[in-house]
Design a protein around this ligand. Structure first.
Ligand code: BGC
Length: 251
């Protein structure tokens, strides 16, 4: 079965048809720049463009860079603030005519990694972090997702800003950090996470994980850390998967 998965990011909106039995894209993905300002109407317009591009009708999965509760967007760190309390799932369904599942983008990537990637058959406490415009987090306990964890917004001791301000891929680029300096920030973040949650495994994904060889050897946190196997496409695959998997179901 092929389902259209869409990953709304702070910089790009990507979509592809996904073979949900195999966890793979069945066509080349399409990427459209995120409109500025990224208001609900503008973003839903791009989602409609992707639906038209693939001449698609059917269930639609959309990963979104915010906490999403029962289809309603609750936060807006890297997207226009008019999304807050906006019934995104209902509006996307209405505009596209496709029954839609809207969920947090990192949760979507996590669902894909736990089902088809580096988190397959992994018991215990598993984190998937996406390093991109922000830091997305997905927490799994024995394969079950705890949705909307929003751990990119943790404050580390003695810091007066969200961790994603210094440890996201955007931070590395915009603050012009060396790999060493950025890896130190990421390491401090992961040590903090380690001391709070004691995970068995950490999977790193998102655009920032493309060059993982540059920073993985510099991380000192005493837990197994592996790259996302589905890479930056996990968000698209997971969004498609979410149309058939309920949050509380086992992945
Ligand atoms: C948002 C999260 C999102 C993450 C990655 C954060 O700023 O608050 O909801 O998962 O960025 O896009």
């Amino acid at each position: 079965m092929q389902i259209l998965g869409i990953d709304v990011g702070g910089t790009g909106i990507k979509g592809a048809l996904v073979d949900v039995q195999r966890g793979e894209l069945s066509v080349d993905r399409q990427r459209i720049l995120t409109p500025r300002p990224a208001t609900p109407d503008a973003v839903i317009g791009v989602i409609q463009e992707l639906v038209d591009h693939f001449d698609y009708s059917g269930p639609l999965g959309v990963g979104f860079p915010a906490a999403v509760l029962d289809g309603v967007v609750k936060t807006a760190a890297n997207i226009d603030h008019t999304w807050i309390d906006y019934a995104g799932e209902a509006h996307i369904s209405q505009v596209t005519g496709c029954p839609t599942k809207l969920l947090n983008d990192a949760d979507a990537a996590g669902l894909a990694e736990l089902r088809f990637g580096a988190g397959r058959d992994q018991p215990g406490v598993v984190f998937v972090f996406t390093l991109g415009t922000g830091i997305g987090s997905a927490l799994f306990v024995d394969g079950r997702l705890v949705p909307n964890t929003e751990l990119g917004h943790l404050y580390l001791p003695n810091q007066a800003h969200d961790a994603e301000y210094s440890a996201s891929e955007r931070a590395r680029i915009e603050l012009e950090l060396s790999w060493e300096a950025w890896a130190a920030n990421l390491d401090a973040y992961l040590h903090h996470i380690y001391g709070l949650f004691w995970p068995n495994l950490i999977i790193l994904g998102g655009g920032g994980s493309k060059k993982i060889d540059k920073f993985l050897p510099l991380l000192t946190v005493p837990v197994k850390i592996v790259p996302a196997e589905l890479g930056n496409e996990a968000g698209i695959v997971g969004a498609a998967l979410a149309t058939e998997l309920l949050y509380a179901s086992r992945v």
